[in-house]
Design a protein around this ligand. Structure first.
Ligand code: XIL
Length: 363
């Protein structure tokens, strides 16, 4: 059955709340969808997020901020089906510090306010990455002192702005080098050296001592090399007294065709160092056109990962990188691929949606 992309909005229009933007830089007010909407009943009851809460886990999705602003059906499902949200792009360096020392939280503030309205936890992404940096940063030629000042100011301002609103932060994203070992080339590595990682965690902890701080990466080809490097880097940071709380496993199928037994082993290694593990960006790229076999494989991928997380003592966060196919990043990045999320482009459930519900309901 194809359901068109409408939802029953209990109120007829988007409401503009009286939120005062914390960042006054653009002087706009945040537009939020009314929390009182009912997504199509084909998604099942109770909502996925309620099943997650009952299991003591956070199940969330990356949020496309322009979809949130323009598509009430998208906002309705996001607000009712998840107990966690994560800005897909609007907290990245280029978005939050577009010019040196000039901060803009407008886009991210809308998502954080939306989450508050819907009683959702916010996973914040990310502070330091070798991608998505503004031109002023990538073209800079900093001395070590200047780089330290820029890094500490960025983290203090961004984490400080969202203090007590982010339950988790990806402090350093994709730190591991292209071959799966060593550190990825990054401006910060060049200017500061490997200690940029320790320092980023220290600055983030100082700005919000209650946020749980993560090192987040993918596992190219799923051969385990990057994941091993990631976990061992996190363990060594932890042993050195760096305020790190966990490891984020992105788990995009196209980059990380995950193997549950291997992941369980790595999660146990992390647990032994008192580190939690979050599955942070789960999606499943299907070679188009979609067929039934691919949809079943997709359902198994989501289900295996969620079950693997639930079975571990230290995995209580499971995040998908977009919850519906219309706004997913996959087609734009991987030519010929798409359909990587549990709901189709009309917000109809695919087998993966049901698989997530079953995994959450199975003990
Ligand atoms: C992606 C977004 O989904 C895209 O919209 C954007 O154009 C590029 O970045 N790993 C990450 C995410 O940590 O930030 C990336 O998100 C996907 C890969």
């Amino acid at each position: 059955m194809i359901v068109n992309r409408t939802v029953r909005l209990v109120t007829t229009a988007l409401i503009v709340t009286a939120l005062t933007p914390i960042s006054a830089s653009r002087g706009q007010q945040a537009k939020l969808t009314s929390p009182t909407c009912t997504p199509s009943s084909v998604l099942g009851t109770p909502p996925l997020g309620k099943l997650a809460t009952a299991r003591g886990v956070l199940v969330g999705s990356a949020v496309n901020d322009s979809a949130l602003a323009t598509d009430p059906a998208y906002a309705c499902v996001l607000g009712t089906e998840f107990n966690m949200v994560e800005p897909e792009n609007s907290m990245k360096f280029a978005a939050t510090e577009p010019a040196p020392g000039v901060f803009d939280f407008t886009r991210a503030d809308v998502i954080v306010a939306f989450a508050k309205l819907h009683h959702q936890s916010v996973r914040c992404h990310n502070l330091v990455w070798n991608l998505f940096n503004p031109n002023w940063l990538t073209s800079a030629t900093f001395t070590k002192q200047q780089a330290l000042a820029a890094l500490s100011n960025h983290i203090a301002k961004v984490v400080g702005h969202f203090r007590s609103k982010c339950s988790q932060w990806d402090v350093v994203n994709e730190p591991i080098g292209p071959s799966g070992t060593g550190l990825a080339p990054s401006p910060w590595l060049k200017w500061i050296g490997p200690s940029y990682i320790n320092l980023a965690f220290t600055y983030a902890h100082r700005a919000d001592p209650n946020a749980r701080l993560y090192l987040n990466d993918y596992d190219f080809n799923g051969n385990g090399v990057r994941t091993r490097s990631l976990v061992s880097l996190a363990v060594s940071l932890r042993r050195a007294g760096v305020p790190i709380d966990g490891v984020g496993l992105q788990l995009h199928s196209i980059q990380s065709p995950a193997r549950s037994a291997f992941l369980s082993q790595q999660m146990a290694t992390a647990a032994a160092a008192r580190l939690s593990v979050a599955m942070t960006e789960v999606d499943y790229a299907i070679a188009l056109p979609v067929n039934t076999t691919a949809l079943v494989a997709e359902a198994n991928y989501f289900s295996d990962l969620l079950s693997t997380c639930l079975a571990a003592t230290n995995c209580r966060t499971f995040n998908i990188w977009g919850f519906e196919d219309q706004y997913s990043w996959i087609p734009g990045f991987f030519t010929g691929y798409g359909a990587g999320t549990p709901l189709d482009a009309h917000l109809n459930p695919k087998p993966a949606w049901q698989a997530l519900r079953v995994a959450l309901s199975t003990k």
